[in-house]
Design a protein. Sequence first.
Length: 570
Amino acid sequence: MPGDAMKAAHEPNTFRPVILAVDDEPEDLGRVERELRKRYEADYRVVCEGYAEAGLQKLRDLKVAEANVAIVIAAQRMSRMNGVEFLARVRETYPLAKRLLLINPMDRETAELLPGAMTLGYIDFFEFKLGPPPNERFHRVVTDFLEEWTEPYRSEIHALVRVVGERWSRRVHEASALLERYSVPYSFYPVDSEEGRALLEEVGKSSERLPVVVMPGGRALVDPANREVADVFVSANAPSSGQTFDVVVIGGGPAGLAAGVYGASEGLSILIVEREAIGGQAGSSSLIRNYLGFARGISGQKLTYQAFQQASLFGAEFLLMRSATALRRAGAELVVTLADSKKVRARTVIVATGVSYRRLGVPELEALTGAGVFYGAATTEARALKGQEVYVVGGANSAGQAAMHLSKYASNVTLLVRSGSLEASMSDYLIKEIEATDNVRVRLNTQVVGGGGEGRLERLVLKDSASEHTETVPAAALFVLIGAVPRTEWLPEEVVVDGRGFVLTGGDLLSDGRLPERWDLQRPPMLLETSVPGVFAVGDVRHGSVKRVASAVGEGSIAIQMVHGHLGET
């Protein structure tokens, strides 16, 4: 069980997770050792080695002993092997261990190596060598690494929710993903395990209907809807029927959250309606490396959950696990109808519904959704795929991030790309990292045309579009991250969309300089305004948008300025 690593933290010294430090400068190594022992020895075993080869041998010995290694720290300037080379080899034995490089200040030669070392995944981050205490910058990096490394173990050790079900079950996958997105610690027990049977007996439930989700206090929910699970942890009460919000934001991804943060911080009354989990597609990304201000990268779940908390603290309200089904004007106000027939009223509306991944359209694989076939990123299921063959479909950043995350667990990860190149759709840093990872390969001009298995995915049928050759390959899991289908089917015809369903805004609405039909204002639509005055569109759902988290956040914040402008007219 993954939780054994942290359970062992309070057992004898040899069983605690290891922090390994390597440096051939005795004085520098001594400083690192003192700092590590002083801060972390109660929960971690601190091991130090005086040269790189001894460090690699220690890692091999720890692997044989089935020990867990949380962090490996190495100095760059070592006589027999430099730190980057050493840390790159750490990945062979402990791919999940965090890797920290210590460099000398003003070492320009090393500084030139750092971008490449980070891009290729040889190191996770760097810090200057330690001076006299205090060394708080060093400890900030170490504690951040420990927080990230222990995340899956903390979830099991401190579980608020216990889930019993079939391992390869669509409903278990949905419930687990939902709990992770809202940072709710949970543990999973297979229904045929001793622990699973005992838990069902404890709460007085049978295995006839699964999953059984045991909430804090012992209340057991039998095959609950996602909304029922979310409502336990996130306030989602409908606003009073007489309330009119300054802004109703439809969609809780980065664009919608940014609108919520900036709007609420400026005193506007904000309601954010989200049909699934907060964060949208970005919330399921294992690591976003190119978002401003996060040099080491940040998980999409952490970034968007913090934005959710930030918006809440400013006073934004949320309706989660609720879909918008209609939008209409009622005098000076706009009315949004929800799937449960409830209605919310607003002075302005921001459409930030994003996009959904396109379905494969292969019936035998659609039947296995949640049982080895997954639409979206791989954060929830990755640990269950240790040592197995995994495939990812897609050629954009989300697919590349999923492949890299899975490579830490799976024996081999194959990225299936329909086109003949990655350059047009994937960031350069990800392409280089994929090329440098031994257990990740890329197959271009390849489509998934079939597959199947007994109760779960066991095989895929792949087709080479250039040669028309097909082959059947064993597969434990398939993650699909292709295409962008905008969520605009619920909008009225007055909101003009392009041929693919993306919302037209601003200048894209003008035809030979003429205003759109039914436009009843003298001014033209503002940059992010739709063909309906007071209705704005931001993020991936908007025609011509840049499909990046940073641009979505920018559009969400800019839209608030335009909301102020519109409200000033009414």
